[in-house]
Design a protein around this ligand. Structure first.
Ligand SMILES: Nc1ncnc2c1ncn2[C@@H]1O[C@H](COP(=O)(O)O)[C@@H](O)[C@H]1O
Ligand SMILES: Nc1nc2c(c(=O)[nH]1)N=C(COP(=O)(O)OP(=O)(O)O)CN2
Length: 173
């Protein structure tokens, strides 16, 4: 069943958590430039940025990733934020090929306040975030007390449930 909180979708000043990943090109340069682009976007203020982590690919064989997370204060609806993330991916040369395949930039919308949204275009919380060490390790660094609303569990407790061996600190931003 779809779950919406339509009445709150246009409320200004929500916090949102996003995940960033890259494994094609100069990933560090791409990721830091993507953060700068998002920070300069009207309606978005960067609140926190995690370190960058070198991670083993989940999915088909491909190069290792750099992954990280950011907390944004947003004055835009979840739909518009997703559109902004997809446009930023395109700006950095993202081409969609095989599922879970290599990419220059991947931006996933993880959390938006405590909203639960389940539409064909957008699911929040991101449905696979709770199983992904490459998301939970950086998110735990900047938002350990944020409660993932479908499980009612804090990030600091979710991260204890995943194997973090393949997530290695690369740089402190
Ligand atoms: N929470 C979400 N974050 C990013 N993209 C999402 C989310 N929920 C649904 N989508 C849809 O997934 C594709 C992008 O896929 P990726 O391979 O993860 O870039 C996009 O069409 C969104 O509508
Ligand atoms: N280490 C690592 N592995 C990955 C990564 C990633 O960022 N880091 N992203 C993926 C997810 O790809 P995609 O965004 O296409 O799928 P999703 O809709 O499941 O998030 C697949 N595998």
């Amino acid at each position: 069943m779809n779950s919406f909180k339509i009445s709150r979708q246009n409320t200004p000043g929500k916090l949102s958590a996003i995940a960033l990943g890259s494994n094609i090109g100069d990933s560090y340069k791409i990721l830091t430039a993507a953060i700068e682009t998002l920070s300069a976007t009207p309606g978005i203020k960067l609140q926190a940025q995690s370190s960058w982590y070198r991670t083993k690919p989940v999915g088909p064989p491909q190069p290792d990733y750099l992954n990280g997370c950011a907390i944004l204060q947003v004055e835009m609806s979840p739909d518009l934020l997703l559109e902004t993330l997809l446009a930023t991916e395109a700006k950095f040369g993202r081409v969609r090929q095989e599922r879970w395949g290599a990419r220059s930039l991947d931006l996933d919308l993880l959390l938006y306040d405590d909203f639960i949204i389940d539409t064909p275009q957008l699911q929040i919380p991101h449905p696979r975030m709770v199983t992904r060490a490459f998301v939970l390790v950086p998110l735990d660094e900047i938002a350990p007390h944020w409660v993932e609303p479908t499980s009612g569990t804090k990030i600091k407790n979710l991260v204890k449930e995943v194997d973090c061996a393949d997530v290695v600190l690369f740089s402190n931003q």
